[in-house]
Design a binder for this molecule. Structure first.
Ligand code: ADP
Ligand code: ZN
Ligand code: ZN
Length: 802
């Protein structure tokens, strides 16, 4: 086995294959699949992943692997296979798929360092190289011809560790610890026998006796205002032992999480968990859709399923949307499983993330809770995968490789023969349709805990407000409801949707929105040209100066920001104490948590915020939720706009009255009659589903049709247009007559960083060779993309149509 098959770090279609390299003798027993290596490639040396080892190659003149970057594999066999599958599904390069699976620290070209973990004697060769130091640059180890076999063994035995240098503060941290190495009585005797002037030494010993257990050297010395010189003789005499201990930069200190135990399940929960337990017990893969209203106890079902997985000696992955990865959510998992849980959160530093990842790799934890990329946790004995709020679009990566975590979860679930639970109060239409067809198994929690009722939702018609002379952004109903809560010392959450403002045009008098006559999609306002454009089919028209429905002149584009809302709220109700939570106020690390804590401690009456407050928050004292502009989401140029509105309104409403106090919701809208607003106000998922499926059927959208989106960008607008046109022609010739190709049309974001963007959308029902055809198209333009800085990106499952 002296040939290694390597995927090299050169993302291009010619290099998107395996390259053979010879393994040099000194690395022969050491290199394994899943390790990163350095290989010569043309004039350069680059990184690559070893996919497999073989005993021969069909090529003769092979080059040698230069060096290995890892001493233990960073990707498991399963993940190597998975990466291949992802790259095929998403039409991305193998290398991009593998890179997506690893923490940042392992992706960049960081320097490597060997780090001694013990004072224990190392094999001679290594001891010589370390020469009394704790750290040894890996380069030096190689230059001085260190023995890799010995090193590998020392690493396996936990004597040495490979450390990646990011910035000094982000690398792994260790600390010198001290402990008493003799019976207490002998120490006391030693204290008595010490000469009188050895005051410091006596103090050190008595302090350590008192503290009983390992202490950090730094802490001890600073506490006693002394230096290492007083400590040294005690170590030399064998009274105190020193050793190194890794300090995980654990942002989630376990002792901060009071432990919880399993709650007795309700009948509904019991019925839901039973088939899951069965699937765990019998190692049978099945996908469950846990459809449970907000507050119905889905999380408890997750927790108890995970418990039986742990009891079986297996591991669990839990995905939650980035914005729902709140301290409260983390608390529920840490509270139940303590130090068995690793948390992967984008707010962690690169070093912290690496620490958490390493706990998974070393099997020090059995559960990982994290956002999208946690789906790649290198567990080897998975017993369950859970995706909470499965409808969230953040599970789709919007960059290469454009994978959806749900697909990856199901793929891994099949491999491990374990259940996958998709949970949501408002499942994505595609998911619910699959459950209806029996592809997924539907589990339902229709009741809230303690039979609490869902909060009553009032729709405030903003057109009427305008007619009544109220020009503020608060309806009279919402204002009164706020004042009522203030008087009762109850709390309020006000929600403003930030996304998509200023893009659609609406009449404030009658609520009429300008839509594309061909696509049932809101037209997008382009300020420069004063025109309205459809981003699906390129239809356009002039910005009207009066409403085509009612002739009113109040027709205009729509939008407002949180800061503006805060100002006018302060004017309207000066006594209200407001916490504003948006991208601006939460930029600093930890500020998110701080603001939520302030609100929980009732230091404010109103929490005003964007998407980030829509999910996962659970405050007992919140009895009113206000949604300021329900329409801003409804008219995004996206065929999922109605679905997203329904989901968001349902989520937001779920924030009120979760405990003993009854809740109330006020939704302000210009279109209270729109089915998604109306049905969300009645929590009527079933009817919404039926109505929306009808729309999707008539306009040929998913789940009835599949979509693929091709986006072309270049600095020259004419060029972009021409290339897109050629692509459309090419596809039209190759694809079946039942398939529609929309475009070329400008992308909703027509120019980003001085690059013009055009797109075309493929709508199809059955195109078994579509991926092949698109790959072919990409090779046709390969030269052009390389020579002329043209970019063609393909999304086989677009969610974000901007
Ligand atoms: P969901 O995840 O469906 O929104 P949660 O899991 O947050 O619902 O449950 C809502 C509340 O009900 C939580 O405070 C939770 O602790 C509590 N709860 C869940 N299951 C039970 C149970 N079986 N008995 C008592 N309380 C429960
Ligand atoms: Zn009008
Ligand atoms: Zn259109």
């Amino acid at each position: 086995m002296n040939i290694a098959k390597v995927v090299v770090d050169v993302p291009s279609s010619q290099t998107n294959r395996l390259f053979d390299y010879k393994v040099p003798a000194h690395l022969r027993d050491m290199i394994k699949p899943g390790m990163r290596v350095i290989v010569p490639f043309g004039p350069r040396k680059i990184m690559g992943y070893v996919l497999r080892l073989a005993s021969d190659s069909q090529f003769d003149k092979l080059k040698y692997i230069t060096d290995t970057m890892d001493v233990t594999p960073v990707l498991t066999g399963e993940l190597l296979e998975l990466g291949k599958w992802i790259s095929e599904q998403t039409l991305s390069y193998y290398i991009s798929a593998y890179q997506a699976m690893l923490p940042q620290v392992l992706k960049a070209k960081y320097k490597k360092e060997l780090h001694r973990l013990t004072e224990e004697e190392l094999p001679e060769n290594l001891e010589k190289l370390f020469a009394g130091r704790d750290f040894l640059a890996y380069e030096e180890f190689i230059e001085r011809k260190g023995n890799l076999g010995l090193l590998q063994k020392a690493i396996q035995e936990g004597l040495i560790e490979v450390n990646y240098l990011v910035k000094s503060r982000e690398t792994k941290k260790t600390e010198t610890m001290l402990s008493i190495s003799k019976e207490p009585i002998l120490i006391e005797q030693a204290i008595a026998e010490l000469p009188k002037q050895a005051v410091r030494q006596k103090e050190l010993l008595s302090q350590m006796l008192e503290m009983d257990g390992p202490v950090s050297q730094k802490e001890l010395l600073s506490r006693l205002h002394t230096t290492r010189s007083s400590l040294k003789p005690l170590i030399d005499r064998g009274l105190i032992t020193e050793f190194k201990q890794e300090i995980y930069r654990n942002p989630y200190q376990d002792e901060n999480y009071p432990r919880t135990t399993a709650l007795p399940l309700t009948d509904q929960q019991e019925a839901a968990i039973k088939p899951v337990h069965k699937s765990i017990e019998e190692n049978e893969h099945e996908v469950f859709l846990l459809h449970g209203v907000t507050g119905s106890g889905k999380t408890e079902v997750y927790l108890q399923s995970i418990q039986s997985v742990i009891d079986k000696g297996q591991e669990a992955i839990v995905l939650v949307p980035e914005i729902a990865l709140t301290p409260q959510m983390v608390q529920r998992f840490k509270g139940r499983f303590g130090s068995k849980v690793a948390v992967l959160h984008s707010a962690l530093s690169a070093g912290e993330k690496f620490d958490e990842w390493r706990k998974i790799q070393r099997k020090e934890v059995q559960v990982v809770v994290g956002a999208r990329s946690a789906i790649f946790a290198p567990f080897e004995n998975l017993g369950i995968i859970i995706i909470d709020e499965e409808h969230e679009t953040s599970y789709k990566q919007e960059d290469h490789p454009r994978y959806h975590a749900r697909d990856v979860a199901i793929h891994r679930g099949k491999y491990h023969a374990c259940p996958v639970i998709l949970g949501s109060a408002t499942p994505m239409l595609e998911t619910y349709a699959r459950a209806q067809k029996g592809v997924y198994r539907l589990l339902t929690l229709s009741k809230r805990m303690n039979n609490a009722t869902m909060p009553v939702v009032h729709l405030a018609d903003m057109r009427e407000e305008l007619h009544a002379g109220n020009r503020s952004m608060f309806s009279r109903q919402l204002k009164e409801a706020i004042e009522e809560r203030l008087a009762k010392k109850e709390q309020i959450v006000l929600f403003l949707n930030r996304r998509g403002y200023s893009t659609f045009v609406m009449c404030r008098d009658c609520g009429h929105v300008m839509e594309c006559p061909h696509c049932d999609i809101a037209l997008t306002y382009h300020r420069n040209s004063e025109r309205l454009k459809c981003h699906y089919c390129s239809y356009e028209e002039r910005m009207p100066n009066k409403c085509p429905e009612c002739e009113s002149k109040t027709i205009r584009y729509f939008g407002t920001g949180t800061q503006k809302v805060e100002e006018s709220l302060t004017k309207l109700i000066p006594q209200a104490r407001i916490i504003r939570m948006d991208v601006d106020t939460t930029r600093k690390k930890g500020s998110h948590e701080k603001l939520l804590n302030q609100f929980a401690n009732k230091e404010a009456d109103i929490l005003l915020g964007t998407q980030m407050i829509a999910k996962g928050l659970d405050f007992a004292n919140v009895t009113l939720v206000g949604v300021l502009a329900a329409d801003s989401l409804l008219h995004l140029p996206d065929f999922r706009a109605a679905e997203k509105t329904f989901q968001l309104l349902t989520q937001v409403s779920g924030r009120a009255g979760r405990h003993s106090l009854p809740g109330e919701v006020v939704i302000q809208t210009y279109t209270p009659e729109h089915y998604s607003v109306e049905m969300a106000s009645q929590y009527d998922y079933e009817n919404f589903y039926r109505k929306e499926m009808g729309m999707r059927r008539s306009f040929h959208y998913p789940p009835y049709y599949y979509l693929s989106l091709i986006t072309v960008s270049h600095s020259n607008q004419v060029k972009v247009m021409e290339v897109t046109k050629k692509i459309v022609q090419f596809l039209n010739n190759k694809l079946s007559a039942q398939t529609t190709i929309l475009g070329p049309t400008p992308s909703p974001l027509t120019r980003i960083k001085d690059r013009y963007r055009f797109q075309c959308m493929i709508k199809y029902k059955n195109e078994p060779d579509l991926r092949k055809t698109i790959r072919k198209m990409l090779t046709i333009f390969e030269e052009d993309t390389k020579q002329n800085d043209l970019l063609i990106s393909v999304d086989m499952q677009p969610y974000q149509l901007m």
